[in-house]
Design a protein around this ligand. Sequence first.
Ligand SMILES: Cc1cc2nc3c(=O)[nH]c(=O)nc-3n(C[C@H](O)[C@H](O)[C@H](O)COP(=O)(O)O)c2cc1C
Length: 254
Amino acid sequence: MNESRKTEAVRTIENVWSCHGNFTDREISGAALETILAAAVRAATASAQQSYSIIVIDDRATMKKLTGYAGSRALVFCADGTRLSAAAKRLHLESCEDFDMNAFITWSVDTLLAAQNACIAARSLGIDSLFTNGIVRTGLDEAFETLGLPAKGCFPLITLVLGYASSAPEKRKGRLSGAGVVHRGRYAPLDEGGLGGMIAAYDDPHLNLGMGQAFVAKGYAHYLEWFYKDWMAGFPKDSGDAVAARLRRSGFLK
Ligand SMILES: Cc1cc2nc3c(=O)[nH]c(=O)nc-3n(C[C@H](O)[C@H](O)[C@H](O)COP(=O)(O)O)c2cc1C
């Protein structure tokens, strides 16, 4: 994009980067936290439901235990319809516990929009952040127990760790854009040339799209070869099962 056409908001978004765990001991201020939370809840929300809960964790040991990372604060963004259903119950309304997949998707969208707002607001305040799904790796049961999450109608989707990084990355991560990502009017899968371009983009150190050049050292010809054969193969095959089991317990998955 032409630099001169960039608004302050676009510049802030372009300046967002992930701090992969190297948070210092420096704390963010209470005022900054409140600004971030206020920005989070300004996100668009389906039918005014704001179907999320944000658990603010300020104990670093708890953050580390639950997510594997620790900063000044961690915000656990949970899709959560229980607040609304409790209000509906109080009004003696029916079908207030209809926690199905449709609800899960809608509530998740609400939740993630709020989470991204928080991340951008933090950046605008000079606060570094990391999105992590570490809770899924560490164990959802542990998170439900430690955070006292309702067993039904609530699911911890993503954690945003906030703080100050000891250093910024030397080189910022790139992104794919254009054909294959953006489709004009109608879905258009990449053709052979387009796929070749995408594979080359992942391999290009200047674009810095993937997780570094580890694939070269390991003898893989392509980043994506390393990604599928090495990185993804390292995850337990049944890692989705615990999530599915929890979604069943939560009532979302029948
Ligand atoms: C759903 C999700 C989960 C992520 N989990 C982790 C994580 O557990 N550990 C980590 O270091 N980065 C994690 N990240 C951050 C990504 O690695 C990061 O966004 C990506 O490498 C691009 O880098 P950038 O944000 O600095 O541009 C996660 C990002 C998302 C969206």
